[in-house]
Design a protein around this ligand. Structure first.
Ligand code: GDP
Ligand code: CA
Length: 316
């Protein structure tokens, strides 16, 4: 495909938070906004201090809107913490940090939801506020909470395990809801997609919760869509967060190859990092070796171009 043809592809990106947002941002820098839809995990969402918090949607929005905190990967740049400081002083729950600017998002979202707006509609409004042009869609408008079953058999809400317990309790399995349903907007976007890109997000707690939402997995299995995943594991390690640790705990070798095996026949192409050697293709899976570490905007854009060119060649 020529570069011009690539820009006319309809692209859907499945994303969690930090890793997902970075590739989504790269794609947004390359593609015309009407050709990009980002479908975001809402399995991490929870109620806290009376507010509906959607960590992955927020990370994607702040990153695409250019207001993300580059050090943490979550939250906003130039943030202040006066409210949380006072919540802690008053004896309120302060294990989940919400900055003063960040709080404006949660207040506006919760107000919209309380007034009967869908999460999809509130997210569209928030995106407009951050000057974001590509469509950013929650995977579902209903709560679809991810739970973590630890080795001791305890079942923890995702954020309790991830933030309060700092993802230290060993994971036996991730428990996903059986009745999660995709929104009409998500289904339409996937039906219109030429290419689906699975971002280098955590396969178990960012991507699997999206695939678990009916009928997203079935739509991805439909040919002739090209489905391409980017490895979040580089040289046996996660760039950030628990992906590699979880793989070991759940009996997998933490490696790019194991990530590809997790996605199995769902994917047509897999992008692994140039720091990983010896990855070989199985069952006709197309492979692309690339520098996948997105340290800045230029790297995000370069990786997005490479992934698009790779995916473009696989469109049947
Ligand atoms: P979370 O919801 O904020 O935890 O974010 P994601 O699930 O979207 O992203 C976490 C995953 O992104 C981790 O497994 C990281 O290894 C991966 N990741 C973060 N930054 C990069 C990067 O620059 N390149 C690659 N290949 N993976 C990354
Ligand atoms: Ca997340």
């Amino acid at each position: 495909m020529t570069a011009y043809d690539l820009l006319s592809l309809n692209v859907v990106c499945l994303a969690g938070g930090v890793g997902g947002a970075k590739l989504a941002d790269g794609l947004a820098r390359v593609l015309p906004p009407e050709n990009l839809t980002v479908i975001v995990n809402t399995g991490d969402d929870f109620r806290h201090l009376g507010l509906t918090i959607c960590p992955d949607l927020d990370t994607v929005m702040y990153t695409l809107g250019g207001v993300a905190n580059p050090e943490t990967g979550w939250g906003r740049a130039g943030e202040s913490w006066r409210t949380m400081g006072e919540v802690g002083r008053l004896g309120g729950p302060d294990w989940f940090n919400l900055g003063d600017l960040d709080l404006a998002t949660h207040l506006t979202r919760t107000d919209g939801l309380d007034a009967g707006e869908t999460l999809t509609a509130v997210t569209r409004r928030l995106c407009a506020g951050f000057g974001i042009s590509p469509a950013v869609l929650p995977m579902s408008d209903q709560p679809a909470p991810t739970l973590i079953e630890t080795m001791t058999g305890e079942i923890l809400p995702f954020q309790v395990w991830f933030v309060r317990e700092r993802w230290q309790p060993a994971v036996r399995r991730v428990v996903l809801p059986e009745d999660a349903r995709a929104t009409t907007a998500v289904i339409r976007a996937l039906e219109a997609a030429d290419v689906v890109i699975i971002a280098p997000s955590n396969p178990f707690v960012s991507i699997e919760p999206i695939l678990n939402v009916y009928p997203i997995r079935a739509l991805l299995e439909d040919v002739p869509r090209a489905v391409v995943a980017v490895s979040p594991i580089i040289a046996g390690q996660a760039v950030k967060g628990p992906a590699a640790k979880m793989m070991s705990e759940m009996g997998m070798e933490p490696s790019a190859a194991a990530v590809a095996a997790c996605y199995g026949h769902l994917i047509d192409g897999f992008v692994y990092d140039s720091r990983d050697t010896g990855m070989t293709a199985e069952d006709g899976l197309a492979l692309l070796c690339a520098d996948t570490l997105m340290t800045g905007a230029a790297e995000r854009e370069r990786l997005a171009r490479e992934v698009l060119a790779f995916a473009g060649n696989l469109v049947g």
